[in-house]
Design a protein around this ligand. Structure first.
Ligand SMILES: Nc1ncnc2c1ncn2[C@@H]1O[C@H](COP(=O)(O)OP(=O)(O)OP(=O)(O)O)[C@@H](O)[C@H]1O
Length: 224
């Protein structure tokens, strides 16, 4: 089932075209890696698909709804409810413990502290990071922090996880472990993953790779 679809999207920053007439389809439960050189438009594509950036032309539909026609409030609600995000640097809240960080999206959605932190701890266990639950982000390694960030992205059971260079700040062993854990967790929960990476070893964990060059896309597997 097609969950997310970009049709003919274009985006320019002033005179710089970042995306040109891009089509991309992501199915439910599919892990798609977006690769390409620096500055080719990968992050812009991810931001358009996630409803963070509005493309100048074309349309993005999620679950049959046109994101480009939605209000900012509507897109924010969708992002909170249906999407999860992992960035290159975890962007964890430094004052909170790791468990509290993972529980935060649930708390913001109104869940009680005890239930939210129980779920958070279960996710940290799945991400093999339960041991750091009581520590603050400044007291854990980069690889542990990214496991916490992945747990936080998944704790709300999102239907799509957007991951922009999630392993970019990690050494290759930690990077591959985090990617394996993210991929396995997504497959277990049926979430789709849109992964931006320039590392072939990380992209190898995806079901499908697309390459962006000069704002245009090339789908290596030729999927419809
Ligand atoms: N906010 C912005 N303002 C102006 N230009 C931008 C902005 N964001 C991106 N660009 C430009 O748009 C193009 C695509 O950038 P984008 O960040 O999408 O590429 P990328 O493939 O993700 O790069 P990298 O791998 O280096 O992160 C680049 O030429 C970049 O300089």
């Amino acid at each position: 089932m097609t969950l997310l679809r970009a049709e003919g999207i274009g985006k320019a920053y002033g005179p710089t075209p970042a995306l040109v007439d891009v089509d991309l389809t992501v199915r439910a439960g599919e892990v798609v890696a977006v690769m390409g050189p620096s500055g080719s438009g990968k992050s812009t594509l991810l931001h358009c698909l996630a409803g963070i950036v509005r493309p100048d032309t074309g349309a993005v539909t999620y679950d049959g709804r046109d994101l480009t026609a939605m209000s900012d409030a509507g897109r924010s609600a969708l992002r909170r409810g249906d999407f999860g995000f992992v960035f290159q640097f975890g962007r964890l809240v430094p004052e909170l413990t790791c468990v509290e960080n993972v529980a935060l999206p649930l708390r913001l959605a109104g869940e009680r502290r005890r239930a939210a932190e129980r779920k958070a701890l279960e996710w940290l266990e799945r991400l093999e990071a339960a041991g750091v639950g009581g520590r603050r982000p400044g007291e854990v390694s980069g690889g542990q922090a990214q496991r916490v960030a992945v747990a936080r992205a998944l704790v709300t059971s999102p239907r799509v996880v957007f991951a922009d260079e999630p392993t970019g700040a990690l050494d290759s062993l930690n990077g591959e472990q985090v990617m394996r854990l993210l991929g396995d967790a997504a497959r277990d929960t049926g979430a789709a993953v849109l992964l931006v990476t320039h590392e072939a070893r990380v992209a190898a964990y995806s079901d499908r790779e697309v390459v962006v060059r000069d704002g245009r896309i090339r789908d290596l597997m030729g999927a419809p």
